[in-house]
Design a protein around this ligand. Structure first.
Ligand code: ZN
Length: 185
């Protein structure tokens, strides 16, 4: 059981009920984004308030995680808009192509700009792709798209998810590692 919240600065925050959780925990990962795990009996509202109380910490953690890239130039708003235009031109088309090729059906696709995740897939089958994907090599871009498509069948990162992804995108764990060399800007 999970709920997704779209934070304007952080991007997707996943609230997940977990049978093994004994308390509310908050995790920030460069690839998997921000996740709040909570025991089954805790209401989502309580976990959401917990997240709000730590929101500043989350933003700082994301900053710290990308600190190793701090000497890279920051893009101007004009550059971001150019990336967005390029993203809208190429990403939905590639998503549609890969979905057809492997018989996936998604609902809507949106191009997003945030610094926490390369992509996400909602329970309703909506896929978000980060406009930063236009800055990475095509094989890594395809990896992210296939990763999100596989979430349509497995909305988690369990063994079945990884087996499916590996069958469509060989050596996907290596690609995930390579992707970490790129910073979300
Ligand atoms: Zn995922």
């Amino acid at each position: 059981m999970e709920k997704v919240y779209e934070d304007p600065d952080i991007g997707t925050v996943v609230f997940r009920k977990n049978r093994r959780s004994r308390r509310i925990t908050l995790r920030v990962s460069p690839r998997r984004g921000v996740t709040v795990s909570m025991p089954w009996i805790v209401p989502y509202k309580t976990a959401f308030n917990f997240f709000l109380a730590k929101r500043q910490w989350v933003l700082e953690t994301i900053d710290r995680q990308s600190e190793k890239f701090k000497d890279e130039p920051v893009p101007t708003p004009l550059e971001i808009e150019a990336m967005r235009a390029e993203a809208k031109r190429v990403l939905p088309a590639r998503l549609s192509e890969l979905a057809k090729k492997y018989s996936f059906e998604y609902n809507q696709v949106r191009i997003k700009h945030n610094v926490s995740n390369w992509g996400s897939c909602s329970r309703k089958g909506n896929i978000n792709l980060n406009l930063n994907l236009v800055r990475v090599p095509e094989n890594l871009r395809d990896y992210v798209i296939l990763h999100e498509l596989c979430h349509l069948r497995h909305p988690n990162h369990g063994p079945e998810f990884h087996a499916l992804l590996e069958s469509l995108c060989p050596r996907h764990r290596l690609k995930e590692k390579e992707l970490r060399k790129y910073r979300l800007i």
